[in-house]
Write a protein that binds this ligand. Structure first.
Ligand code: IPM
Ligand code: MN
Length: 352
């Protein structure tokens, strides 16, 4: 497999290097060939050259099998530029229309929410990744006057809503519980919410064995904290998905373990720790690499190396449960030591 690697900025390179360490051990142990190519993308390059995501890099991504991503962001870059010109552009250009974010509390991991345990937290959020409020459409009228009006448009096509909801149901078919909750705000979003509601209803008829539920996004936030066991697969729009997955990261023990994938199921997908650049921890050796290693497991699973992926997932779960905390600076081990622990387990474990 040909993997494009984007270490990026901040703590991105440190966590990606641990993921690559685990990848090397995994490839040897499960006997597959992997070729990794690093790409210099991110705030550093932007400030140096003004380039964000050049066309030839996108082309190189298109010719590979997947992208392993660290994080991009820079305190000196104007807010929104790197996000829009790198992350959102990559999603759009590569057609990564699903944002998949598993939320799982591993045994032994401390959740900041007291009274919830591993048996309560095992869900996956399927976030629509191409539309909604993320299309960047809208207008200013009478800008800078006291009569200024800003309009931000949420675009929801039946095509994209349906493929996203179908993806969620297909995912549920392969899970033990097999239940899909749609999260929205149908009581207020009279257009977008109505379309999502109708399509959810229609698609669900094709999956008679899959249970369904609906939750308004505000109530979903409450339940994710008070009773996350209600959720198995959650499907939602782009902005709601963005928000509830940070909440999800918190209940599973923090960004240190939160991995995600920007998927084009028919094309090239990108896998990342969702926590960002964590500039306060750059170069300290204190950042948790488990999210990046979890992203690697998602990548291998998506590329068909299921057994290898499972081995990494189990090793990550074991290491997570053995650390005093998953939070940067509180792990009781360095970034590289945590990477070694996972690599050693993958290396040792036979027939997981
Ligand atoms: C995420 C991030 C991005 C998003 C930002 C950086 C544009 O928060 O991947 O969740 O909102 O999608
Ligand atoms: Mn986010």
């Amino acid at each position: 497999m040909k993997i494009a690697v984007v270490p990026g900025d901040g703590t991105g390179p440190e966590v990606v290097s641990e993921a690559l360490k685990v990848l090397e051990v995994t490839a040897a142990r499960f006997d597959f060939e992997v070729e990794t190519t690093p790409f210099d993308i991110g705030g550093e390059r932007y400030l140096r050259t003004g380039e964000t995501l050049p066309g030839e890099v996108l082309d190189a991504f298109r010719h590979g099998d997947a992208i392993l991503f660290g994080a991009v962001g820079h305190p000196d870059a104007p807010s929104g530029v790197l996000e829009q010109e790198i992350l959102l552009r990559m999603r759009r250009e590569l057609g990564q229309y699903i944002n998949l974010r598993p939320i799982k509390l591993h045994p032994g991991v401390h959740s900041p929410v007291s009274g919830i345990g591993p048996e309560d937290v095992d869900m996956v959020v399927v976030r629509e990744n191409s539309e909604g409020l993320y299309v960047g459409k809208g207008s200013f009228t009478a800008q800078d006057s006291e009569f200024e009006v800003a309009v931000q448009e949420s675009v929801n096509t039946r095509f994209a809503v349906e493929r996203c909801i179908r993806y969620a149901f297909d995912l549920a078919v392969n899970r033990t519980e097999g239940h899909v909750t749609m999260v929205g705000k149908t009581n207020v979003l009279n257009y977008a919410g109505s379309l999502w509601e109708r399509v959810f209803e229609e698609v669900s008829e094709d999956y008679p064995n899959i249970g369904t539920a609906y939750a308004h996004v505000d109530a979903a936030c409450l339940w994710m904290v008070e009773d996350p066991s209600r959720f198995d697969v959650v499907v939602t729009d782009n902005l709601f998905g963005d928000i509830i997955t940070d909440l999800g990261a918190a209940i599973q023990g923090g960004m240190g373990i939160a991995a995600g994938a920007n998927l084009n199921p028919e094309g090239v997908s990108m896998f990342e720790p969702i926590g960002g650049t964590a500039p306060g921890f750059e170069g300290t050796g204190q950042i948790n690499p488990l999210a990046a290693i979890g992203a690697l497991a998602m990548m291998l699973s998506e590329l068909g190396e299921k057994e290898a992926a499972r081995s990494i997932e189990k090793s990550v779960a074991r290491v997570a449960g053995s650390l005093p905390s998953l939070r940067a600076g509180e792990m009781g081990a360095t970034t590289s030591e945590v990477g070694d622990m996972v690599a050693d387990l993958v290396h040792e474990t036979v027939n997981v």
